[in-house]
Design a protein around this ligand. Structure first.
Ligand code: UDP
Length: 234
């Protein structure tokens, strides 16, 4: 597999073309941003850890029948993925209250939600990724009703699968963000799944092992990501 030109550079990852039109290389950086990039920094070895963590989670989800863009882990910071057209909607699934939900509804962090809450956000950095609903998605033509139905189904399945996956490691999945893409006419899971995109608390202690350590300057960020990776790798 030959690495070719840079196609796109985002906040935490870079995409490179390859000699095969259907495949691209996803490169994980150490850069971290929060609060719509108002806070910027780097986390030593984050790219290496997130590449490994995402690889393990994609392999697990794929083995459970969820179609993903993951093809293979190539090197410390690179994974080979299918080249998708990203649906410009970020899908958040919440199990306990945290982050923007607390601000939106004026509730305390950590409240167990009576049902999993699925949210859609319009993927627009210039607007701060605003919360939208299915009518907005259809009105703007961001995805078809069929695509949204498929995405909803996958997200609830992924929620059940990932919550069990983390519970087996004595970790509680609090919330997570997913992105989907179109590949040869089908919707598949894309982007990454890592402590950058999930909230993960240690069971029993409630210790935060995710990007909230960076967002709120809680310290020991590298150690937290490493802790998640070590448990996943056992
Ligand atoms: N999230 C993400 N990227 C974003 C926004 C949110 O990966 O651009 C993840 C975040 O890490 C958390 C979940 O989605 O696991 C819900 O995030 P929330 O809306 O609470 O974001 P906050 O306002 O706290 O950044």
């Amino acid at each position: 597999m030959e690495k070719r030109e840079k196609l796109y550079e985002g906040k935490a990852k870079i995409l490179y073309a390859t000699d095969q039109p259907d495949y691209v290389i996803q490169y994980f950086k150490d850069d971290a941003t929060a609060f719509n990039a108002a806070k910027k920094g780097t986390v030593d070895q984050k790219g290496v850890m997130n590449n490994k963590i995402s690889t393990k989670i994609f392999e697990f989800l794929q083995s459970e029948g969820i179609p993903t863009h993951f093809v293979k882990h190539l090197s410390d910071r690179e994974m080979l993925v299918k080249k998708v057209q990203i649906v410009p909607v970020e899908v958040v699934l919440r199990r306990r209250s945290a982050g923007s939900l607390c601000r939106l509804l004026g509730i305390e962090e950590g409240r167990k939600l009576k049902n999993p809450v699925l949210e859609f956000c319009y993927k627009r950095d210039d607007l701060g990724d605003p919360l939208i609903n299915e009518d907005h998605i259809q009105a703007l033509g961001l995805a078809t009703p069929q695509e949204i139905a498929t995405i909803r189904e996958y997200v609830f399945q992924i929620n059940e699968l990932m919550a069990k996956f983390f519970a087996n490691l004595n970790l509680e999945l609090i919330d997570f963000k997913l992105e989907f893409g179109r590949y040869k006419g089908n919707i598949i899971l894309a982007d990454e799944i890592s402590p950058d995109t999930c909230r993960i608390w240690e069971m029993g202690t409630g210790k935060k092992l995710d990007k909230d350590r960076f967002r709120h300057d809680l310290g020991n960020i590298e150690e937290a990501y490493q802790e998640v990776l070590s448990r996943i790798s056992k």
